[in-house]
Ligand binder design. Structure first.
Ligand code: UQ1
Length: 436
């Protein structure tokens, strides 16, 4: 009797692990990506109480989830990269089926996603939120320079190199520091200058940087774009700061390669390339959609998931939704944008399940808490069209283009806290406060 019982336990165990793929491959909602958008929306859906265990599947190959808005703080020596990450398995609710693997391809005509493992998942609704790829290869010589601890070349846009910038800033006591920003869409368009403002403040406090005369360290902001920021109201303030602080602005200078201690920039309209020597170089590479999104039937021409601007519903497939950096939503790529997109998408998925119309509730809200020095942040908040939509301006009648200490504490202390305690758990609505 004893051996039989053991045998039956063993049999059950092996059944559990070798169960045929089809038995667990149909879900009400499949969420691709367990980043800010994927986790917020998946947990908000679960929180409605309308889903049973395993009704929702989450797909992501990563072992770690990173609070990337905090990486500017790592660049400025204010936080460690380790304190900003969590294990995926600690963030994904056990009521989800978690496929800790990559996506191979989308089969929207069959309502299916094929995983990298070969398994197929059927869905009633699909949320596509895998983010964008940071293309370190877009600047020739960059991968090699980042990997070499002896070069003064860093990038806060990758876990491996995010802490190299602060080492370089602390080591630098003279010479030319160049901070770049590429042409094209990137995550958090303010980050390339946030780290520059912190570096400037650090050197200023160390007596190495003077805004009103010759300095030991000189600073250049080299951008592939035409100005400091895309929204006129905040661009004006940031351009004023740049001039007041004596930072050189090289606009329409798009970094294309690193040759030893020289940075090479492409110029528009067939103008000759510009070469600049540096003693410190902070690089922001180009970014773009992952190949499995770009080369799929759900992408637009640019490679982003082709959704309506105000509902996030796919333009061709009514049961596909997209949020965050991978979506075609024409706003800037931030976690703050996701706070406003998530409740709209959750409502729209439920409405569609109930045969009700979708709401066009997303107005393009996004935000950029822009560090301008240690202790101060300019809190840019805006919607589609670059129109300011200021949470505190509207309540307290203040001008958020003015850098403030209170905004600094929001950025450095409150947002990282509320992110892991509430946002990824589906209970944070950004400017709307706590949900439920
Ligand atoms: C926000 O909710 C959030 O997420 C936690 C951020 O972190 C990245 C932000 O930068 C911003 C601006 C918000 C929006 C919230 C308020 C209160 C303005």
């Amino acid at each position: 009797m004893f051996p039989t019982r053991l045998a039956s336990v063993a049999a059950r165990r092996s059944f559990a692990t070798v169960a045929p793929a089809s038995s667990s491959s149909a879900h009400k909602v499949v969420v691709v990506g367990a980043g800010t958008a994927g986790l917020s929306i998946a947990h908000q859906l679960l929180g409605t109480g309308r889903f049973k265990d395993q009704d929702i599947a989450v797909v992501d190959p990563a072992e770690w989830h990173h609070y990337q808005p905090g990486w500017t703080l790592v660049g400025g020596g204010l936080k460690t990269k380790e304190e900003l990450r969590r294990r995926m398995t600690d963030l994904v609710d056990p009521k989800f089926k978690f496929y800790n693997t990559s996506v191979g391809s989308f089969k929207p005509e069959d309502n299916a996603v094929r995983l990298g493992s070969g398994q197929s998942l059927q869905y009633e609704h699909l949320l596509v939120a895998p983010g964008v790829k940071v293309d370190f290869g877009s600047v020739s010589g960059l991968p090699e320079a980042l990997a070499d601890a002896a070069t003064p070349v860093s990038s806060i846009y990758g876990y491996e190199s995010v802490d190299k910038l602060w080492r370089d800033i602390s080591k630098t006591s003279k010479g030319r520091a160049i901070f770049t920003q590429p042409a094209g869409a990137i995550k958090c368009a303010g980050a390339p200058q946030k780290v520059m403002w912190l570096a400037l403040d650090h050197w200023r406090q160390a007596g190495l940087y003077k805004t009103d005369g010759p300095s030991d360290v000189d600073i250049t902001f080299a951008s592939g774009l035409g100005g400091m920021f895309a929204v006129p109201k905040y661009a004006a303030k940031l351009e004023q700061l740049r001039k007041e602080r004596g930072v050189e602005g090289l606009f329409f200078h798009d970094l294309v390669s690193i040759n030893g201690d020289k940075a090479v920039f492409a110029r528009p309209d067939g103008q000759d390339k510009v070469e600049r020597p540096f003693d410190l170089l902070h690089v922001v590479p180009k970014m773009g959609p992952h190949a499995f999104v770009k080369d799929s039937p759900i992408a637009n021409e640019a490679g982003y998931v082709d959704v309506h601007d105000n509902s996030a519903q796919h333009k061709k497939y009514a049961n596909i939704w997209s949020s965050g950096d991978a979506s075609s939503l024409p706003t800037s790529k931030t976690a703050a944008a996701v706070t406003a997109q998530a409740p709209v998408i959750v409502n729209n998925i439920l409405n569609t399940m109930d045969g009700k119309p979708v709401e066009n509730g997303y107005d393009g809200y996004t935000s950029c808490p822009l560090l301008t020095e240690y202790g101060k942040v300019l809190l840019a908040e805006f919607k589609y069209g670059g129109v300011p939509k200021e949470t505190f301006g509207d309540v307290f009648g203040i001008d958020q283009a003015e850098p403030r200490r209170s905004f600094y504490h929001l950025k450095k202390d409150f947002f990282p806290w509320v992110y892991y305690n509430n946002m990824v758990k589906g209970t944070w609505g950004g400017p709307k406060g706590w949900l439920n």
